[in-house]
Ligand binder design. Structure first.
Ligand code: NAD
Length: 319
């Protein structure tokens, strides 16, 4: 098969870099577009072309022109921090909406066959009434970040219906694994792993009985590959092209801390800090739709935590 031209935005970051590698391993010709605001050059493997650019830049059009268009655009670049979006909703919209529209206009203009968009099942449903939460649940995001992810899905639906641009929206739960930033706010698994390695106490906000659906990055990668080639139903509504990517299982933060200590074979103290305002109490997604297409979250929590902890330790050793 002739290799396809695939553009992975945010491909120098945590999840996008794994996705870019998987396309490359499949024999595709891969470009990564990333402004390196949180991504790292070292995350981009040899054989992948890194273009350092803001997703909202006018030069994105020139990239499409020079490449002769991309068959597939896989859009991971984003402002990912919920609290940043609350503090500065316009910044969030500039990256997550203006950046998306810039890409969509290029994709439409240069005949892209499939646009894979990364949404968030952790935020677009707000505090859901039903768990595991299905794709059809009410969408009531409680942050500008959630609003921009949901609005993005509406834009994609419009581009499909009016311009014929085919898309899939993947609504991730809490993704964890190697390369997630242990210094950021998003990755509790990386943060706990890094503290555990250093023998430092783990800080748990609130009572620790809040739950999340932790999905391993390797399984998120297989969902992306599937989404790239999935036979799609007509885009009758927002749900037709949207798939939760999760495990369907809930783990409390206390449970996560215990599981990680078991994996690491060492114990540290846990400290409780005040609950953070605006945080969801529970989040867990129904994955039957994507499972019905042959996907499953194949990695157990224990295995995924072990790989992440090993990675953090190996990184610590080279610093
Ligand atoms: N990590 C999770 O649990 C999770 C959950 C739901 C959705 N997501 C989504 O997955 C995607 C990837 O997130 P991640 O966790 O890998 O975070 P990340 O910060 O590691 O990756 C984001 C990448 O986008 C790049 N980027 C940011 N702004 C950019 C801009 N203006 N132009 C070009 N590049 C830019 C960053 O440099 C980084 O490499 C995001 O769309 C995020 O919203 C992540």
């Amino acid at each position: 098969m002739t290799p396809r031209k695939v553009l992975v935005t945010g491909g120098a970051g945590f999840i996008g870099s794994h996705v870019a590698e998987a396309y490359r391993a499949r024999g595709e010709h891969v470009w990564v577009l990333d402004d390196l605001s949180s991504g790292r050059r070292e995350n981009v493997s040899p054989g992948i072309e890194l273009v350092v650019l803001d997703v909202g830049s006018g030069d994105v059009g020139a990239l499409f022109r020079e490449a002769g268009g991309f068959d597939v655009v896989n859009h991971h670049a984003a402002q990912i921090d919920v609290r940043t979006s609350v503090a500065d909703p316009r910044l969030d919209a500039r990256v997550n909406l203006d950046g998306l529209l810039n890409l969509l206009e290029c994709a439409r203009g240069y005949g892209t066959q499939r646009f894979v968009f990364v949404s968030s099942g952790g935020v677009i449903y707000g505090e859901p009434a039903a768990r595991p939460t299905p794709e059809t649940a009410p969408k009531l995001p409680l942050s500008p970040y959630g609003v921009s992810k949901l609005a993005s899905e509406h834009y994609l639906h419009y581009y499909q219906r009016v311009h014929g641009l085919e898309y899939v929206a993947l609504r991730y739960a809490n993704v964890y694994g190697p390369r997630q930033d242990p210094n950021g706010e998003a990755g509790v698994v990386s943060i706990f792993s890094s503290r555990l390695m250093a023998g430092e106490p783990l800080t748990i906000f609130g009572d620790g009985e809040q739950t999340r659906d932790f999905v391993y990055v390797g399984d998120v990668v297989t969902a992306n590959l599937l989404a790239t080639d999935l036979a799609l139903p007509p885009a009758t509504d927002l749900e037709a092209r949207a798939f939760n990517v999760a495990t369907g299982r809930e783990t409390s933060v206390n449970g996560l801390a215990r599981a990680l200590m078991a994996v690491a074979g060492r114990e540290v103290a846990t400290l409780h800090a005040p609950e953070r305002p605006g945080e969801l109490r529970h989040s867990c997604l129904d994955v039957r739709r994507l499972r019905g297409r042959g996907w499953r979250a194949a990695t157990s929590l224990g295995d995924g935590l072990a790989r992440t902890y090993e990675f953090i330790c190996a990184q610590g050793a080279v610093r």
